[in-house]
Design a protein. Structure first.
Length: 72
């Protein structure tokens, strides 16, 4: 599974960190995918995820107010 964070669109509201602290943390005024790698302007984390991580990543994707988290 792959989680993509469009960093430039992120408004730093903290929702993803609150819902899914296993995968997201705040870094300055924006969220950051823990261990994510920059690919162009996106931060990408691709690996096996636990069921709990998959669930919280989906919650973050669905609740991000600017829809800048994508699960592929
Ligand atoms: S929920 Fe979306 S806008 Fe808010 S901090 Fe997370 S990625 Fe950024």
């Amino acid at each position: 599974m792959k989680v993509v964070h469009e960093v430039e669109k992120c408004i730093g509201c903290g929702t993803c960190v609150a819902l899914c602290p296993a995968l997201f943390e705040m870094e300055g005024a924006k969220a950051k995918l823990k261990d994510g790698k920059m690919e162009g302007s996106n931060c990408v984390l691709e690996r096996e995820f636990t069921p709990e991580e998959q669930n919280c990543a989906k919650q973050a994707e669905q609740n991000c107010p600017v829809s800048c988290i994508h699960i592929e």
